[in-house]
Design a protein around this ligand. Sequence first.
Ligand code: NAD
Length: 542
Amino acid sequence: MSFAFDGTRRVPPAVNEPVRSYAPGAPETVRLKARLDAMATEVPEIPVVIGGRRIHTGDVGTVTMPCDHRHVLATVHQATPALVEEAIADGLAAQREWASWRWEDRVAVFLRAAELLTTSWRDTLTGATMLGQAKTVHQAEIDAACELIDFWRFNAAFAESLYAEQPLSDHSMWNQQDYRPLEGFVYAVTPFNFTAIGGNLPGAPAMMGNVALWKPSQTAMLSAWHTFRLLEEAGLPPGVINFVPGNAAAVSDVALGHRDLAGVHFTGSTGVFNSMWATIGANMGKYRSYPRIVGETGGKDFIVAHASADVQALAVAMVRGAFEYQGQKCSAASRAYVPASLWPEVRDRCVAMMAEMKQGDVRDFSNFVAAVIDRRAYDRLAAAQAEAKRTATVVAGGGASDATGWFVEPTLVLAEDGGHRLLCDELFGPLLTVHVYDDARWSETLALVDRTSPYALTGAVFARDRAAVRVATAALRQAAGNFYINDKPTGAVVGQQPFGGARGSGTNDKAGSKMNLMRWVSPRTIKETFAPPTDWRYPYLG
Ligand code: NAD
């Protein structure tokens, strides 16, 4: 017997998940440490999942711990092209049922997932993110727990608000907007650096009635796998999200060449996104609809300080903004512009703070910095450190060791040339390059900040002088999609600072906002006339 709920339902109000402190000896600390110990000895075998079926292909890769790269955390079965085809077909079949559910029932799955994550699943997702992606406990907490919970809860509220938007009508007609899901599947490709993005990229389209093919990052596989299992436990029907780990190019080849590709939800590097866009362009003749292409990509995020800046606040923002999570946030501060009058003081304070920061395994909670994600990142960053030594001045740090883990020391560099490569290219690691400018050249410096890199993701201005804040906010209007005044350029919170940038940083569809959800619906407008005309002649015909 079918049942249709009568009544206008409202989702519970979305409130940001409080951040737990994990102070020494706190109950949450004791519990998490026990879970970390257990997880370090479990070696789950991660399958491909299609329509709820676990598939072991036998083509197995390993997931290792960045802080101890000989330690295997999991094995993972790689999808074959035939399985990717099968996953797409299965998803399209699942969509017939899923898209017919009322939106309240769909979002209820994600609200339940959020609640499970606040409670019984929190340690597992936080622990997986610490071990697998080398996040310190605080970084893992604000990502794998708080941000993912926020994405799911806030998106449910944004969905309610979007569906409530209806056109005008009058007594003679009723106009209605039917927010259809896209016709086809959404290809969700997620990066290594945020567990929350892993849950959001397939999750947001799914909430809106779509099905997603999820290709997780090889180096965030442990947290992605647990996120997927959590969604299953929350009641997500089989096939709504199919989980296809595998070779990125091979999976993309099938997904981007498929007639039913309805959208791409991507976060990762600009180069990969550009190549996906080019493939879609080349395949245009194949598709049933124009695919929605949403991608949040790289950054070369700046801090620019005015001579009126508070030196201590500036130095703290520089070291936190640049070195937390080893600089592997798309929003990480990687270039700073400091006036000559403040530089000696700012430099000394940064150097003193860096000397106090401990680096090591994330299981030692007193470490502030851990390892970078993998060998490729390590080599790239060690090469950048060498380049800094050759072509600029290393003020602090500059060391690296790959003996046990991929440890790259936080490094502060001074570059005289405002066009130095280290000020332009995304390096994605704990390397902050400073350019010192003449105090009198404030406007010229803002112009330099604006033109120096192809990205426009985040940026910050530090000044006490309000006029300087106004000038910077205007001059840097297009230089950052998330702009901060007297704050570090990282740490956007869902519902508070909708996140995304422009230029080479992506399509700026603002993850965790109504703007993003709009990309996953294709509205159908329905006009119903209550008393249609019965005479073909208009009065003006006489
Ligand atoms: P990446 O581009 O290497 O990988 C991202 C995803 O793309 C992974 O799942 C990867 O397997 C896949 N991929 C790789 N090659 C592919 C190909 N040829 N075709 C299709 N998919 C392919 O990025 P990453 O190292 O995981 O993440 C770091 C990057 O992500 C940085 O550039 C960072 O700035 C960016 N990022 C941006 C945001 C944002 O909101 N703007 C957020 C997080 C990360």
